[in-house]
Design a protein around this ligand. Structure first.
Ligand code: AMP
Length: 223
C-alpha cells in the first residue's frame, strides 16, 4: 500500500500520518523531516537545504527524487509506505510514477486533507506558546488553566510570528499554488478528498474508509 498525504499547514497531517503508519504498519516518510535531519547533522545537503528552507523555497527535484528513491528502496518499505510532503511538483509526481512502475509497485492512493482556509486561520490563530518552556496551547482545543498563562511556569503565553493571520494566509496560498497542479496531475478520480475540518478520530475513519474503497476498486480493475 502506497499512500500520499496532502494537506495544508495546520490541517492535522502529522497526526494522521502517525495514525496511518501505525494502522497499516508502514513507515511514514516526510521529506521535510529528512531535510531537517540533514540540517541538524550538518551535512553538505543539510547546508544547501537549510538555505533554501529558510527562504521558504523548494529543494531541487533531482535532490528530493534521489532521497525518496533511496529511502523507498529500504527493506522496511517492501510492504508499502506513506509519503508526506512529496511529491510537491509535477516533475516529482511524474518521477514517482516511473519509480513505482520500475519497482513493480502499485500506483499510490492519494489523500487530500481538505479544510477551508478560514477554518485553518481560526485554528492556527488560536495557538499560543510559552516562551519559557515552549509548551503549545490552543485556546479552542487545549486552553491553559488560567487564561494567558502557562500551566507549568505561569509565563505569559505568546502568539508565534508564523501564527499571525497574514502569515498563515500567505502559507496557505503558497500551499494551494504548489499542490493544486500536483493534485490536478493525478486527476479528480484518483484523489480521495477527506474533510479535515472534522475531529481527528473522524478524519482517521474517513481516510481509512477511502483507502479501503480504493483498494477494492484496484482489486476489481486488476481482475
Ligand atoms: P515540510 O516539513 O514538508 O513543510 O518541508 C519543509 C521544507 O523542506 C520545505 O519548505 C522545502 O524547502 C523542503 N521540502 C520538503 N519536501 C520537499 C519536496 N518534496 N520538494 C522540494 N522541497 C521540499
Amino acid at each position: 500500500m502506497i499512500l500520499l498525504l496532502f494537506g495544508p499547514p495546520g490541517c492535522g497531517k502529522g497526526t494522521q500520518a502517525a495514525f496511518l503508519a501505525q494502522r497499516f504498519r508502514i513507515p511514514a516518510i516526510s521529506t521535510g523531516e529528512a531535510f531537517r535531519a540533514e540540517c541538524k547533522a550538518g551535512t553538505e545537503l543539510g547546508k544547501l537545504a537549510s538555505e533554501i528552507m529558510s527562504k521558504g523555497g523548494l529543494v531541487g527535484d533531482e535532490i528530493v527524487n534521489g532521497i525518496v528513491a533511496s529511502r523507498i528502496a529500504q527493506p522496511d518499505c517492501a510492504r508499502g509506505f506513506l509519503l508526506d510532503g512529496y511529491p510537491r511538483t509535477v516533475p516529482q509526481a511524474s518521477y514517482l510514477e516511473g519509480l513505482l512502475k520500475q519497482r513493480g509497485l502499485p500506483q499510490p492512493t492519494v489523500i487530500h486533507m481538505d479544510v477551508a482556509a478560514d477554518a485553518l486561520v481560526t485554528r492556527l490563530t488560536a495557538r499560543r506558546q510559552c516562551p519559557e518552556c515552549r509548551r503549545i496551547y490552543n485556546l479552542l482545543s487545549q486552553p491553559p488553566r488560567i487564561a494567558g498563562q502557562c500551566d507549568d511556569d505561569s509565563a505569559p503565553l505568546l502568539t508565534r510570528d508564523d501564527d499571525q493571520e497574514a502569515v498563515i494566509r500567505r502559507r496557505l496560498q503558497a500551499f494551494e499554488e504548489q499542490t493544486g497542479p500536483v493534485l490536478h496531475w493525478y486527476g479528480p478520480w484518483a484523489v480521495c478528498r477527506v474533510d479535515a475540518a472534522l475531529p481527528p478520530e473522524l478524519v482517521s475513519q474517513a481516510i481509512e474508509h477511502a483507502v479501503a474503497e480504493r483498494s477494492r476498486d484496484s482489486a476489481v480493475l486488476a481482475r
